[in-house]
Ligand binder design. Structure first.
Ligand code: NAD
Length: 404
């Protein structure tokens, strides 16, 4: 309730920290964060143990227990939302949490700590430690009293956390890491304009700083030119503007260093691929507008590296087999989409895609009831849904011998 009551204040803090459009902070980030807390609070008394069907002289009970101290380390692209995807299930299942927000976006986490105190959470149950990753973050990763680290961020940091857990107390490490998701459009796509709209949203929303962004667009040859014409036209509506203006749909990248990194991917890509749309031409130093590369070599850095900006990489394909091979040719496996009106193909392709979430005739539908997470180097475990509780509870069996 307090989060809802402070929605405007929290949204303003989020936009000040990240440069994301205020309309998105107000509509998506803050209500989504509050919903995650509510959803787990509501769900927790529907989760209970089991009695196993053992022989008649024993009773075997299977119960779930809280684990202890959970460290939650989160990134800057959806600071409060991603924190609450972890806080919700970790607190509801009876643990204490130390949250470390990104050094680039600590404001909403710190404000949330104030609201939690006001809401009556006992001291010590929810803690926020701000600071740099290699200092505050690593101190948590190595800490002997932290029993679980739940992380969202880059694959590079994720690998470091696995090492730190091994070097300390073998704490459990749950990882939501990078992505390079494929968005496959077959010629029998039921509604091409809908697919174009979703493709644009899937790569330009949040300035492309979305782990599950549809960064690799795979187009069947016969519709490719038409699709690209429509997409280029639509992209004109996604231009960077003042994040505090309620009409702005595309804001700033997180900072100038990150903008430089996105620029350098575009510069390097220009040498080998055709730039259909160049987002560098805009008046804002920390912004990159919609950028589209076409006919990109699937083995190139543009196709393989996570750029984390509004840079779409397009490759054409001839048939289903080739589309699948291209889509799965990635070390990441967070999301994938398939656009087709052929139900059998939708089933076949969804099952063969190596991705945690597959979207058929949509891009990035989501709900608290549905798990979110990745295959391969996109991570392990799942955020959201009842499955997230598995990360924050220990399974115990209690055997009771019965007297006859
Ligand atoms: P990052 O890995 O640099 O930082 C994430 C968090 O980890 C920050 O709080 C940072 O301070 C901390 N950190 C950094 N080094 C650390 C260390 N050695 N020990 C402990 N903590 C450390 O990532 P970022 O740049 O903030 O975020 C962007 C990345 O996050 C992208 O790769 C994106 O794909 C990923 N992401 C993934 C998901 C998902 O659900 N899979 C969601 C959002 C973002």
């Amino acid at each position: 309730d307090l989060m809802d009551a402070h929605r405007e204040e929290l949204a303003l803090l989020e936009t000040l920290d990240t440069g994301k459009p205020i309309r998105h902070s107000l509509r998506d980030d803050i209500p989504g964060a509050a919903r995650a807390i509510r959803w787990y609070a509501e769900a927790i008394d529907k989760v209970y143990g089991e009695v196993a069907p053992t022989g008649g002289n024993e009773l075997a009970m299977i119960v779930r227990e809280p684990i202890g101290v959970i460290a939650a380390v989160v990134p800057w692209n959806f600071p409060l939302l991603l924190a609450c995807w972890k806080l919700g299930p970790a607190l509801a299942s009876g643990n204490s949490v130390v949250l470390k927000p990104s050094e680039k976006s600590p404001l909403t986490a710190l404000r949330l700590a104030g609201l939690a105190k006001q809401a009556g959470l006992p001291d010590g149950v929810f803690n926020v430690v701000s600071g740099f990753g290699h200092e505050a973050g690593q101190a948590l990763a190595l800490h002997p009293d932290v029993e679980v680290i739940t992380f969202t961020g880059s694959t590079r940091t994720a690998k470091q956390l696995l090492k730190d857990a091994g070097d300390s107390n073998m704490k459990r490490v749950w990882l939501e890491a990078g992505g390079k998701s494929a968005n496959i459009v077959f010629a029998d796509c039921p509604d091409l304009q809908k697919a174009v709209n979703a493709t644009a949203g899937g790569i330009f929303y949040n300035q492309g700083q979305v782990c599950i962004a549809g960064t690799r667009l795979l187009l069947e040859e016969s519709i490719a030119d038409r699709f690209l014409d429509l997409l280029k036209e639509l992209a004109k509506g996604w231009q960077p503007g003042n994040p505090l203006d309620p009409n702005t749909t595309m804001g700033m990248l997180i900072d100038n260093t990150h903008a430089d990194s996105v620029h350098s991917f575009i510069r390097a890509g220009e040498a080998h691929s055709t730039l259909l749309l160049d987002g560098r031409k805009n008046p804002w130093p920390a912004a990159v507008g919609p950028t589209i590369f076409v006919d990109v070599d699937p083995a190139s850095p543009l196709s393989q590296e996570e750029i984390f900006g509004p840079v779409l990489v397009v490759t054409r394909f001839k048939n289903e087999e080739q589309a699948l091979a291209l889509a799965n040719d990635s070390r990441y496996g967070l999301g994938a989409a398939v656009w087709t009106r052929d139900l059998s193909r939708a089933h076949r392709v969804s099952r063969r895609l190596k991705a945690g979430s597959v979207f058929v005739n949509n891009y990035n539908d989501g709900d608290m009831t549905v798990p979110f997470g990745g295959y391969k180097q996109s991570g392990n475990g799942r955020d959201k849904s009842l499955h997230a509780l598995e990360k924050f509870t220990e399974l115990k069996t209690i055997w009771i011998a019965l007297e006859s």
